[in-house]
Design a protein around this ligand. Structure first.
Ligand code: PLP
Length: 295
């Protein structure tokens, strides 16, 4: 931990990431009563920061949290974290927790909400080899928390389903995992959305998932390429018959999947459309319309 290069903003001040601490009594920790968002910086530029801020502010409002900073101040704090950490490629997280009730009453309305943020080096869901030859996923027996209980559109730390599923995947020599809903439809994985390509259509689950900013970006890139996208129910059987499968995440962009439950997808190689979308995704990282430079 002490070796991670990074800077945090906490209790109104900046400090090295290793020194950033929250109270044991913060309900963000004790109750997972918090929301967060993660944006990234690539070669000194934020990618689609406005969209991350829109989602974060919407999640904060949905959870009836309040922030002491407006959008401009938030942007400045995030940029300061990156600048102070001297990072060109960064993973930038913003968090709002319920905080602590001064009397430690059980009433969440009494709590003083906390905002914190940090910038650390950019990290990938798939390593270099996995990105080149495609990830090997498994379909977990652990079901995703139902959206009627915890709305996945609010970016949240309710990750016990994902964590159990990851251990299950590692036990079976898979590299990552995708979860189904109670009706055997595909949802998402720990930190990513999933897409299939079938007969030239690009399809992703319509609901029961976080509306990823990279997911949104896939829709935008497909529109540029003239490729049809669909948001639909995705029964688990669709995975086996897909021409291509890929995942999308701020932590790595668009990444190919070439095996699911040990069965090759298509010809077992990363798909052509997946590659085309990946190339276009990274090209957009120099485009002033999609990025915000950090001085
Ligand atoms: N789904 C979940 C559960 C996530 O936690 C994330 C990102 O962390 C995603 C999907 C992908 O979202 P984004 O593209 O905004 O990173």
């Amino acid at each position: 931990m002490a070796n991670i290069k990074g800077v945090a903003f906490i209790k109104g001040d900046y400090c090295p990431i290793a020194e950033a601490k929250i109270s044991l009594l913060d309900w963000g920790f004790l109750r997972s009563d918090a929301t967060y968002d993660v944006a990234h910086v690539w070669q000194g530029r934020f990618f689609r920061l406005d969209k991350h801020l829109d989602r974060f502010l919407a999640s904060v409002a949905r959870l009836r949290l309040t922030l002491p900073y407006d959008r401009v101040q938030l942007t400045d704090i995030l940029a300061q974290c990156v600048r102070r950490a001297q990072l060109q490629d960064a993973y930038v997280e913003m968090i709002c927790t319920r905080g602590i009730s001064p009397t430690f009453s059980r009433d969440p309305r009494d709590a003083v909400n906390q905002f914190m943020a940090f910038a650390i080096p950019f990290g990938w869901i798939a390593n270099e080899e996995q990105r080149r030859r495609g990830l090997h996923l498994m379909v977990s027996t652990v079901r995703r928390i139902p959206p009627e209980s915890v709305d996945p559109k609010i970016k949240n730390y309710h990750w016990l389903d994902f964590m159990q599923a990851m251990f299950e995947a590692y036990d079976r020599n898979a590299e990552n995992v995708v979860l189904l809903d109670a009706n055997d439809n595909v949802t998402e994985g720990p930190g990513f959305n999933l897409f299939i390509v079938k007969d030239d259509d690009v399809i992703t689950p319509a609901s029961g998932v976080l509306e990823g900013i990279t997911r949104r970006t896939v829709f935008d890139l497909c529109a540029e390429l003239g490729v049809t996208t669909k948001q639909a129910l995705l029964p688990v059987e669709c995975l086996g018959s897909a021409d291509e499968v890929f995942i999308s995440s701020t932590a790595g962009g668009i990444m190919p999947v070439t095996r699911i439950d040990n069965v090759p997808i298509g010809n077992g190689q990363p798909g052509l459309l997946t590659q085309q979308l990946t190339d276009l995704y990274w090209q957009k990282h120099n485009d002033p319309d999609w990025t915000t430079p950090i001085d």
